[in-house]
Design a protein around this ligand. Structure first.
Ligand SMILES: [Zn+2]
Length: 315
C-alpha cells in the first residue's frame, strides 16, 4: 500500500492527515503552530510530525507518494510563497523545496490554503464529480479557489481566486483590509453580514428579533431569517445581491459547473443559497448562468483532503 500526507498550516494549529493511495483518510491529528522567531520552526515541526507518524505506522519513505501542504499566503506553481505569510511571520521563500529538503526527498506539492481547501471540496466534498469548480469560503473574510479542468488556477503570483476582493459596490467609503473600498468581503463575510445588519437596524425602528440578539452575527441573521423575521430577510437579500453579483463576475470569466459555498457562514444551510442563486442567475451572462450551487461538506478537513488530492492528481 502507498500513502499520502496532507498538512494544512493555519495561524494557531497545523492539521495533518494520512491518506491511502485512493485518497481515503486513515488518520488525522494536529500540532500547534509555533509562530515564534517569524515562524522559522513551523516547516521543521510539520516534517518531524510526518516522520514520527511514518515511524509509528511503520511506513517507509519509498511508500509515500508525496506530501501536500497548504499555507496562508499566495503560493505560485513552483511552491514559492510570493508574498510570505503575514499571519505566520514568514518571509518570501520556496515552501515546497524547504519541505522536500527536510523530508529527505519525498515529493511535496504546495498551495495556498483556500485554494487547497477548494481542491479538497472537488475531490471529496460538495464539488465531487465535477472538474470545473469554484469554491467560496465565507468566513471572517471571503476566500476562494478556482479549479478548471481539474487543475487549480494559481495565476502569476499565486493570488488567483481571491474573489473576496472583487469590487461590488461603488458607494462604500469604509476600507477593506486590502486597502480598497467596496470589496465583496465587506458584505458577504461573517463580519460583512454583521455590518449589513447593524446598518439596517440603525436605519429605522422596524421591529426585529435582531434588535434583542445577544450577538448580532451572521448566525443570528440567518436564524432570524428562518424564523420569518422581515428585517433579517432584508439583510439576507442584500447579502445575496452582493454575493450573487460577485459570483456572476467569476462565472463570466471561468464558467464553472458548480459553486461550492463553505466557511462558517455556510452553516446557515440551504437557505443561504436561496438568497444568492436568483441574483446570480439574473446577473451572469446567460450562457454562463447555469452553474449549480452546493454547500461545502468537509468543514475544517477540506484542507488536508485537498493536500492529498493535489499530490494524487500529479501522479
Ligand atoms: Zn478588499
Amino acid at each position: 500500500m502507498k500513502y499520502v500526507f496532507g498538512s494544512d498550516i493555519g495561524g494557531t494549529t497545523v492539521k495533518l492527515g494520512l491518506f491511502d493511495e485512493s485518497g481515503e483518510l486513515l488518520d488525522k491529528w494536529e500540532i500547534p503552530t509555533d509562530k515564534t522567531d517569524h515562524g522559522a520552526n513551523i516547516v521543521g515541526d510539520v516534517c518531524e510530525s510526518i516522520k514520527s507518524k511514518m515511524e509509528e505506522k511503520g511506513i517507509a519513505s519509498a511508500d509515500v507518494i508525496g506530501v501536500g501542504v497548504g499555507a496562508p499566503g499566495a503560493v505560485n506553481e513552483d511552491g514559492v510563497m510570493t508574498g510570505g505569510a503575514v499571519n505566520l511571520g514568514w518571509p518570501v521563500f520556496n515552501l515546497r523545496e524547504a519541505m522536500e529538503e527536510k523530508l529527505g526527498g519525498i515529493k511535496v506539492a504546495a498551495g495556498n490554503d483556500a485554494n487547497v481547501a477548494a481542491f479538497g471540496e472537488m475531490v471529496k466534498g460538495g464539488g465531487k464529480g465535477y472538474k470545473n469548480v469554484v469554491a467560496v469560503t465565507l468566513g471572517t473574510g471571503v476566500g476562494g479557489g478556482v479549479i478548471i479542468g481539474g487543475k487549480l488556477i494559481t495565476g502569476a503570483t499565486g493570488a488567483a481566486g481571491e474573489i473576496g476582493h472583487i469590487k461590488v459596490d461603488d458607494v462604500e467609503t469604509e476600507k477593506c483590509n486590502c486597502g480598497h473600498t467596496g470589496c465583496l468581503e465587506q458584505f458577504a463575510s461573517a463580519t460583512g453580514i454583521a455590518r449589513l445588519a447593524r446598518k439596517r437596524l440603525a436605519k429605522d425602528d422596524k421591529p426585529s428579533v435582531l434588535r434583542s440578539a445577544e450577538l448580532l452575527d451572521a448566525k443570528a441573521v440567518f436564524d432570524a431569517v428562518k424564523a420569518g423575521d422581515e428585517v433579517a430577510d432584508e439583510v439576507a437579500k442584500e447579502f445575496g445581491r452582493y454575493l450573487g453579483k460577485g459570483l456572476a463576475v467569476v462565472a463570466d470569466v471561468v464558467n464553472p459547473e458548480i459553486f461550492v459555498i463553505g466557511g462558517g457562514v455556510s452553516k446557515a444551510g440551504e437557505v443561504l443559497l436561496s438568497y444568492v442563486e436568483p441574483e446570480f442567475k439574473n446577473t451572469a451572462f446567460p450562457p454562463c448562468s447555469g452553474s449549480k450551487f452546493a454547500l461545502a461538506t468537509l468543514g475544517n478537513d477540506a484542507g488536508i483532503y485537498g493536500c492529498a488530492g493535489m499530490v494524487l492528481s500529479e501522479n
